[in-house]
Structure formats: structure tokens, C-alpha cells
Design a protein around this ligand. Structure first.
Ligand code: ATP
Length: 381
């Protein structure tokens, strides 16, 4: 590879710099900056109305930004129409031609480019194979299931190998099982093709299971960009922590600071916490703990089994009473009302032998966690 080719490989394939978009004076996006790397599967995640689709439409060229710069493959595309951006979009609504069969729908883009019929036939067959629709060429698209129609839409969008494929909630109309299957299929397809995928969804599980990186959005701006693991385990603020899963939030106060650690007072306990924030003594903070990171034992078992003391040492156990248990399928949640105030939820597995729940309402319990599994964040009102 030449130096300049290597450089262009390293260059982000899509770049947004301080992009804003307003509709009739109403902000849909405020100051969004984002680099999409070549060949990555990036997902834009956020609640309805936060501006996810607006980002896709700006990159695709269906809308123009009110401020900021968008580049694709190193070139500023502000004045380029959609067809000159080397980007294709798959819409939630599929947007297929209902009066055409599968072959004609998929061949459409290549015919517009006046490619020879023999080449088109080979490429359509190959692309339908990639989306597992071989043999469906002659079917009218109206006679296909939702999942099959979505595969046709994907085939049509990838046949001319765009630099970037934009996918706007492509699976949201499908039922749960099919959606799970299509998530896997899409991820495998992306790996096989090596095309950059930018997907929009409000479904955290979908974002996590498919993406190399996730962009968490809120009200027209980006809150955090990172791998699914980093966003889940190191949320930057309460909004991200809450949006990407269940979370327990315990209010606390910093007592003293050490190297990468802080002594924090929570619920009448002084607990050491790992943190990289520059807190000061007396500052109010939140301790964040995922339900699956909490451990629960009954006070009775703790009294009888001294070995449990390791995790449930007195100086890091919160004592309370089980309020209820909630069946979740593979696991169940234990909801504990703490003696010092507040409620926490811990996720537990069923008993191995008889699949029953171990805890029941009104059990007196201690709740604890392994040091370092917590996240400590500055206090937010
Ligand atoms: N063409 C438009 N005219 C006026 N307002 C618009 C237009 N398109 C989007 N908006 C507004 O911009 C904001 C962001 O919309 P956008 O569709 O990007 O959100 P989203 O996160 O994709 O939501 P959803 O998940 O519901 O599709 C919303 O408040 C929306 O009402």
C-alpha cells in the first residue's frame, strides 16, 4: 500500500464537524461532531426525537445542515446531491417498488448506471445469495414477508457496494425472533462486505449486539461515543447509565481522596471506590451499580457462614428488607428496601436444583458488590 493509500484508509469515512440542524427555528441537532471509521459498524442510539434520523438524512444528503461541515471519504459533501455521495440508505419502510419483482428491485441501481444485462444478472444473483434470498428473483415484492422485503431492500442498497450504508431503524417492523435473526445476519453481512454501516435504533440491546461503537444521543446532541462495553461499564453521566440498561443509583459524599480511589460515605458506610474523577472532599456524588453486579445474602446465611464475609464485609454491605422478587425469564430481580433509605435491585439466578427463587419478600438481607465494579460520578440534580 502506498503512503497516501494508507493515509486515506486511516481517514474517517464520514466526518461531522460542529453540525447543527434546525427546522423552523427548532433545534433538531446542536453541535454534533462525529468520526465514522472505515469498515466499522456504528450505531446511533437514543430515544424518539433525539435527532438520530436527522444525522442519517444529513449524511445521505436528503437534508442540508444549518451549520457545520460534513465530509465523506475526505471530501466536503455539503453541495453534493445524494446520488453523488457514494452512500445508500435502507429505510424502516423498505421503500421497494411494489409493482416490480425481486430481481428488478435489486437490479434497479445497476440498470440506472447502464451496466450490461449479463453483468447485472450475475451481481443480482450474488447479492441475493448474500441476503439469503436465492431463488426469489421472480417473486413480486408484495408477496414477500416483512423480513424478506427488508432483505430485498438491503440487497438493493448493497449491490453497487457503497462506501457507507445508512440503516434507519431497519428492523423495527419485524417481530422479536426475526429481529434477533436479522441482527445477526446484518452483522455477518457487514463483516463479509467490509462496508461501513451506520445504523439508527432506539433499542439498546440491538445497538450492543451489532456494533463496534455506539453513539448515545440525547435531545439533539451526543452524550457519549464508545464500544458497547465502555458505554455500559463506564457511562459518562446518569443519562447514559440509565439509557443503556438498568442501574442502581446511590447518593453519597466524598470523604477523602487517594491515588485513583476515593473514600465515600453512603448509607452510613464509608466505602473505598475506584474513580478517575477529580473530586474534592465533601463533594456529593452518585455511586452507580448494575443489578447484575450486586450480590445479596440473607442475614441468617451470613451469620451461619463466615466465608461469605469476604464479599459481605460489614463495611461494604447495605442492609435492608426484600420487598418483592420479579420474574425475568432467565433471571429474577430482587428488590430491596434499604434500612438507611432508598431501594436497590439485584439480579439473581434461580436455584440450580429446582429452579426456584432463593429470596422472598420480607427476608432481611445484606447487599454488596466487588470493589471496583461501581462507577462514581459527579452529582447531578
Ligand atoms: N422535516 C421536519 N420538519 C420539522 N421538524 C422535524 C423534521 N424532521 C425532524 N424534525 C424534528 O427534529 C427532531 C429530531 O427528529 P429525528 O427524526 O431526527 O429524531 P429521531 O431520534 O430519529 O426520532 P425517531 O426515533 O422517533 O425517528 C424532532 O423533534 C422532530 O420532530
Amino acid at each position: 500500500m502506498t503512503d497516501s493509500a494508507a493515509q486515506s484508509q486511516a481517514l474517517p469515512v464520514v466526518q461531522l464537524r460542529n453540525v447543527a440542524k434546525s427546522y423552523d427555528g427548532q433545534h433538531a441537532l446542536t453541535d454534533v461532531s462525529l468520526d465514522v471509521q472505515r469498515g466499522e459498524f456504528l450505531t446511533i442510539l437514543g430515544p424518539s426525537g433525539c435527532g438520530k434520523t436527522t444525522i442519517l438524512r444529513l449524511v445521505a444528503g436528503f437534508e442540508s445542515a444549518t451549520a457545520g461541515v460534513i465530509s465523506i471519504d475526505g471530501k466536503i459533501v455539503t453541495d453534493l446531491p445524494p446520488e453523488r455521495r457514494n452512500v445508500n440508505t435502507v429505510f424502516q419502510s423498505y421503500a421497494l417498488f411494489p409493482h416490480m419483482n425481486v430481481f428488478d428491485n435489486v437490479a434497479f441501481g445497476l440498470r440506472m448506471k447502464k451496466r450490461p444485462a449479463a453483468e447485472i444478472a450475475i451481481e443480482v444473483r450474488e447479492t441475493l445469495r448474500l441476503v439469503q434470498l436465492e431463488g426469489f428473483e421472480a417473486r413480486m415484492v408484495g408477496k414477500l414477508s416483512g423480513g424478506q422485503q427488508q432483505r430485498v431492500a438491503i440487497a438493493r442498497a448493497i449491490i453497487n457496494r457503497p462506501l457507507v450504508l445508512l440503516l434507519d431503524e431497519p428492523l423495527s417492523a419485524l417481530d422479536y425472533r426475526l429481529r434477533k435473526q436479522m441482527q445477526l445476519d446484518l452483522k455477518h453481512l457487514q463483516r463479509k462486505l467490509g462496508i461501513t454501516f451506520v445504523l439508527v435504533t432506539h433499542d439498546q440491546e440491538e445497538a450492543f449486539s451489532m456494533s463496534d461503537r455506539v453513539v448515545v444521543m440525547n435531545n439533539g446532541h451526543i452524550e457519549q461515543i464508545g464500544t458497547p462495553v465502555s458505554v455500559y461499564e463506564e457511562p459518562r453521566n446518569l443519562y447514559v447509565a440509565r439509557f443503556v440498561g438498568e442501574i442502581n443509583i446511590i447518593n453519597a459524599e466524598v470523604v477523602e481522596l487517594g491515588e485513583g480511589r476515593a473514600r465515600v460515605r453512603a448509607q452510613g458506610l464509608d466505602v473505598f471506590m475506584r474513580t478517575s474523577h477529580a473530586f474534592h472532599p465533601g463533594e456529593k456524588v452518585h455511586i452507580l451499580l448494575r443489578p447484575e453486579d450486586l450480590r445479596v445474602e440473607t442475614l441468617k446465611d451470613l451469620a451461619e457462614d463466615p466465608e461469605l464475609e469476604d464479599v459481605f464485609s460489614r463495611d461494604r454491605s447495605l442492609v435492608g428488607t426484600v420487598e418483592e422478587t420479579i420474574y425475568k425469564g432467565a433471571t429474577y430481580d430482587v428488590v430491596v428496601r434499604l434500612d438507611a433509605g432508598g431501594i436497590v435491585t439485584a439480579t439473581e439466578f434461580f436455584n440450580e436444583d429446582d429452579e426456584t427463587v432463593y429470596f422472598k419478600a420480607s427476608d432481611r438481607v445484606a447487599v454488596s458488590w466487588v470493589e471496583g465494579w461501581e462507577v462514581v460520578l459527579p452529582y447531578e440534580k
